[in-house]
Design a protein around this ligand. Sequence first.
Ligand code: DGY
Length: 323
Amino acid sequence: MAKAKVFVAREIPREVEEFLAEHCDCTVWRGEEKLTYDTILDKVQDVEGLLMGLIRVDENFLNHAPKLKVISNFTVGYNNFDIEAMKRRGVIGTNTAGALDDTVADLIFGLIIGAARRIVELDKYVKAGRWEKGQDEIFFGKDVSGSSLGIIGMGRIGYEVAKRARLGFNMEVYYHNRNRRLELEESLGVVYKDMDELLKTSDFVVVMTPLNESTYHLIGEREFSLMKEDSIFINASRGKVVDQEALIKALENRKIQAAGLDVYEREPIPKDSPLLKLDNVITLPHIGAATQRTRDRMFMVAAKNLVQALKGEVPDNLVPEFR
Ligand code: DGY
């Protein structure tokens, strides 16, 4: 039987490519430029499977890929999928849930500590040759250990953040989630709160929800106004979960103390964004999962999902909407 045709939208580790080649007739994009919505359309015409990142999939995209059966994202996020359009066409989608939880949770903790202890700001200060006096209260930050942490979105990554906070930093952990996680309340001692209560009582607020219609601009002016004036806000999920204008205002007007960000409404963040001028915000270039080991794992997980789907099996990481 002929192997199913598959297109991979970027270079992948050799072992992953070899694995795919065993099972599929696989073409890997090796071009210099990164493929986008417009440039991928003529490459998907005769493929049954696609392995790619966060390129938008809508009706028009699907019309260009009449034979498509499965799109395997090599990311955990799948906000690029138009789920209804895919369902209408009988195309399923998979992600890499579970492959990057520790790596993203580690980064979130980096942002928490970095923003609380002003690590980036004070590093710049020292390198600019401005450190003339000894230890001084102008360098004071905020304690992480023993403070309270509110997690909005208690999925796998939220759980890893909660674990670090409880076991490593002795923090009070509050969470808000679509479903209560009673097992975690019992095993980790995390406390469920409604959104407003969580915002009002947390020293640190971490957003870790997926982006979808119900989470778009979940955090805006009203939510920032509820937060403590010395609170620190962390977002490593998706930029559009937060109203960025409102975040900028909250930071400029010191409605909140600081923020640690890995994601933005537009990426790469425009060079003239006011966020880039603020000392009380750490701005990272969407590096949540960006370590070699984790990326390699994510590609392999994505490849396995793709092969499983093409064999007619239920892929390990079929996204919930297709289950
Ligand atoms: C993901 O996998 O969705 C991450 O955002 C990538 O860094």
